[in-house]
Design a protein around this ligand. Structure first.
Ligand code: NAD
Length: 542
């Protein structure tokens, strides 16, 4: 779904909260109930009277109109969130966990509606929409069950054993701003915020304009689960307009999106000395080693390259294959790709759906055309399919891609993968590490020990062995994020909640004070201390 560039409703007319009326727009559909859309969009804090139309990438038909927020609305969202946060920070972990577990169950119960909405709005195949509903539920359950442990006060050794007691507290930051992209509209909009809430923060979220309804459905479920409404504020509008007012008022920013935008956000956060986690782009490598199970690798490569039409931050865009298995792998990979069911519908049978927007299609076309002009060979795909949907592009495998081609080092973020042969593994690792990104890698080998040793040499935040990306992404206890220009900070696991806290050390001095006593001079006191330090060293204390 893409948002039209020109906001509608300028001039203060009443908001149209439902799909367009077919009387006025023959492409309009009644696929979404007007009242249902109104309950969702009513959750956006917006007083401008402006709206933006969403268009479904399945068929190009208008789907709904979304009210747009101003910088003043953002300020009001933060004001309300701060009030709600003060009360929320006083709730017990047990109360927060109970609400979070209800959200988990609601996500399961409303799965069919969520899958419909994600596919209508984003275009992705239903099976890929399913992945993100499950990821959101896994995240809810993980933090419901583990936050008490992550947030518990820790005891550590003090400067004078026994006499100095140290307690480490994890204190909520306050209000977290979450700016999320359109590619995984439910999980990117919600999952990062769940640990923020468990840590005692409030959230102001700005989901991407192209996928607001999915994000709002997630927020509706949070309301139903029992989170206080003001705890999670939603604003809508262009990032370049709302980003700065958000950063100006946030105590922390969680951003997922492109590296270019991430760098702009990092600069603004630095000005205010607030922290940020930045989950950014990638040019992810997949390695097929000489001892790989070729069929398994080909199946994994299809999912790695074409899940959500390649619009996945952890997608493989470069595949390095050992000489010994190259021909067999390529034959199986191409055959499996050609057997994919392409379509633009809500059916489970679809293996790949359309791209989300004309912009995405333009980038994919440009990358493939440039590569072909400069001599790359198309093993399969390589063309748009407007007969299937307005922004459809076939899953595409390229061979003979060289450094002068745009798709060699730049993220395409579409269903296009380049395949390269290698002779020795150290060369493959060096080529995989080439470039500025470092998000995700995959390695296929029947020797797990050897593959894990190679993984340590790969400069990526996650490495999946005999799996495309799901082993790490789905394991929500495992931290996830990018090295180098793929980001800063980690989501998931203990790291995913601790980023939203300040660490506070409380030292309590007992019995012996940290200054001369018992009639000792400063010199005598120093000598006693030196003796003590030597004893502690002998005892092997840290
Ligand atoms: P984008 O950076 O254009 O937009 C992402 C979000 O940032 C949107 O909500 C947008 O409105 C907002 N935004 C845009 N300009 C802004 C500004 N100046 N200030 C504040 N906010 C602004 O990215 P995109 O094209 O929508 O998303 C695709 C990119 O996201 C790809 O590069 C992909 O790899 C990356 N991504 C990364 C991850 C990850 O976990 N590492 C996950 C999903 C997507």
């Amino acid at each position: 779904m893409s948002a039209s560039n020109q906001p509608e409703g300028v001039g203060g007319g009443p908001l149209v909260d439902g799909p367009h009326d077919p009387e006025h727009d023959p492409r309009a559909s009644y696929v979404l109930e007007r009242d249902f859309v109104a309950t969702l969009t009513g959750r956006v804090l917006a007083t401008t009277g402006k709206t933006v139309t969403l268009v479904s990438p399945l068929d190009g038909a208008p789907l709904a109109t979304i009210p747009q927020s101003s910088a003043d609305d953002v300020a009001e969202a933060y004001r309300r969130a701060r009030v709600a946060q003060a009360a929320w920070a006083r709730t017990s972990m047990a109360e927060r966990s109970a609400v979070m577990l209800r959200l988990h169950d609601l996500l399961m119960e409303r799965m069919p509606d969520l899958l419909d909405m994600i596919t209508l709005e984003n275009g992705k195949a239903r099976k890929h929409a399913y992945d993100e509903v499950v990821h959101t539920a896994l995240t809810a359950r993980y933090y419901a069950r583990t936050s008490a442990k992550h947030m518990a006060t820790e005891r550590r050794g003090g400067v004078i054993p026994v006499a100095t007691r140290i307690d480490i507290n994890h204190v909520p930051k306050g209000v977290v701003g979450i700016i999320s992209p359109w590619n995984y509209p439910l999980t990117m909009a919600l999952s990062d915020g769940l640990p923020a809430l468990m840590a005692g923060n409030a959230v102001v979220a700005k989901p991407d304009a192209q996928t607001m309804l999915t994000a709002l459905m997630g927020v509706k479920l949070m309301d139903e689960a029992g989170f206080p409404k003001d705890l999670w504020q939603v604003v809508a509008g262009p990032g370049r307009e709302l980003g700065t007012p958000m950063i100006d008022r946030s105590d922390y920013i969680c951003f997922t999106g492109s590296t270019a935008t991430g760098k702009l956000i990092a600069k603004q956060c630095a000005e205010r000395l607030i922290g940020a986690s930045l989950e950014l782009g990638g040019k992810n490598p997949l390695l097929v080693l000489r001892d790989a199970d070729v069929e398994k690798a080909a199946e994994g490569a299809v999912r790695a390259s074409f899940s959500n039409a390649g619009q996945l931050c952890v997608s493989a865009e470069r595949i390095f294959v050992a000489d010994q298995v190259y021909d067999r792998f390529v034959e199986r990979f191409v055959a499996r790709t050609q057997a994919m069911t392409l379509g633009a519908s809500l059916d489970w049978e679809v293996d790949m759906g359309p791209l989300i927007s004309a912009d995405q299609l333009e980038t994919v076309n440009a990358h493939v055309d440039d590569a072909v002009e400069k001599g790359a060979r198309v093993l399969t795909g390589g063309r748009a399919r407007p007969d299937l949907a307005p922004y459809f592009y076939e899953p595409t495998i390229l061979e003979g891609v060289s450094p002068d081609m745009t798709c060699f080092g730049h993220e395409t973020f579409g269903p296009v993968v380049s395949i390269y042969r290698f002779h020795d593994e150290s060369d493959a690792v060096a080529r995989a590490n080439d470039g500025e990104y470092g998000l995700n890698a995959a390695i296929f080998s029947q020797d797990g020990t050897r593959a894990r040793a190679i993984a340590r040499q790969v400069k990526c935040g996650t490495v999946n062995i005999n799996e495309a990306f799901g082993a790490t992404f789905g394991s929500v206890a495992a931290p996830m994020g990018g090295m180098r220009e793929s980001g800063m900070g980690r989501r998931q696991g203990a790291e995913g909640i601790h980023r939203y806290t300040e660490t506070q050390s409380v030292g309590t001095q007992r019995v012996v004070r940290l200054s001369p006593q018992f009639g000792l001079s400063s010199e005598q006191y120093a000598k006693v201390q030196v003796l003590g330090l030597k004893v502690l060293n002998k005892l092997g204390r840290a």
